[in-house]
Unconditional design. Structure first.
Ligand code: PLP
Length: 284
């Protein structure tokens, strides 16, 4: 299984594609991205990811010129060109190429589009996670999936050095999200998530999990919760596109959750079924 890359119309092995020196993504992280897992050449929840991508570039006024349908066709064409198997499908747009200057480049400068597919392994739903906490020192436009990921990169490294899998970012007492996941909890029979405001990414996995809970008549609460409440949760959930919905068993070395295994299992099973139905890959 090989990776496949795309940059402004050129398609080839990622090792052979290059990005111009003046791409604003390099200097300013002036771009937005999205990503999902593709199996059997089918990206999961592609329309949701494309909708979020459009929200992202519109929020930061990048003049991305393709329609949703054109982008969809292009991404599906790339998915059709790779070998069978599971891939991460990633794409980003930047505010074009121009001499370095903070303000936008001259009107008419076209946005750049980069995409790639790389073989990936999805984390099994049965895998448990260890979390650590960290004050959320990121910006306040976290609903936009920007390329400015330096704080997330630093946290990811610290998490790895501490033998953990994800972080629980918090602003003061209030839980926000992970460096590449949303953090939810089960409490008293309800699925609880921080609200989709500017302090978290509106995760597509989070969205599907909330939908599934409503279908299963599990009450859903989209309200802020505190670290202390998370430590007392019946189950602590970590969601993202490449591992879907895993449970955490530890935060900062202290045991958490483990009090609602049946509810957890019913959500995970329903998620696995939804995923399998769309991409034909049994993941449980
Ligand atoms: N939060 C952050 C900061 C992320 O980077 C991601 C995924 O990359 C998520 C949450 C989960 O989003 P999704 O479920 O769409 O993958």
């Amino acid at each position: 299984m090989k990776s496949l890359g795309y940059y402004n119309g050129k398609i080839g092995p990622v090792e052979e594609l290059t990005v111009p020196f003046t791409d604003r993504g390099l200097y300013f992280g002036d771009g937005v991205y999205d990503a999902t897992c593709a199996a059997n050449h089918i990206p999961f929840a592609l329309d949701d990811h494309i909708d979020r991508f459009f929200n992202s570039f519109q929020a930061v006024r990048i003049p991305f010129a393709m329609s949703k349908q054109e982008l969809r066709d292009l991404l599906l064409d790339l998915c059709a060109r790779v070998d069978d198997g599971v891939y991460l499908l990633y794409w980003h747009t930047t505010r074009g190429c121009a001499a370095r200057g903070h303000a936008f480049p001259p009107e008419g400068t076209p946005a750049n589009l980069l995409a790639y597919l790389a073989p990936c392994e999805m984390t099994p739903l049965t895998q448990t996670m260890k979390l650590m906490t960290a004050e959320d020192l990121r910006h306040h436009m976290l609903h936009v999936k920007t390329l400015n990921l330096l704080p997330n990169v630093l946290t990811a490294q610290q998490t790895k050095e501490n033998g953990c899998d994800e972080v629980v970012y918090h602003r003061g007492d209030r839980v926000t999200e992970g460096f590449h996941s949303n953090i939810l909890m089960l409490k008293d029979g309800a699925l609880c998530s921080p609200p989709a405001d500017n302090l978290i990414l509106p995760g597509i996995t989070r969205k599907h999990l909330l939908e599934i809970a409503r279908q299963l008549s599990i009450p859903v609460k989209e309200e802020p919760f505190t670290l202390a409440e998370l430590m007392e949760a019946d189950e602590v959930l970590v969601t993202n596109s490449s591992s879907l919905c895993n449970v955490a068993t530890e935060i900062d070395g202290k045991p958490v959750g483990g009090k609602a295994p049946l509810l957890l299992r019913s959500l995970q099973q329903a998620y696995a079924q939804r995923f399998n139905r769309e991409v034909g890959l049994p993941i449980l």
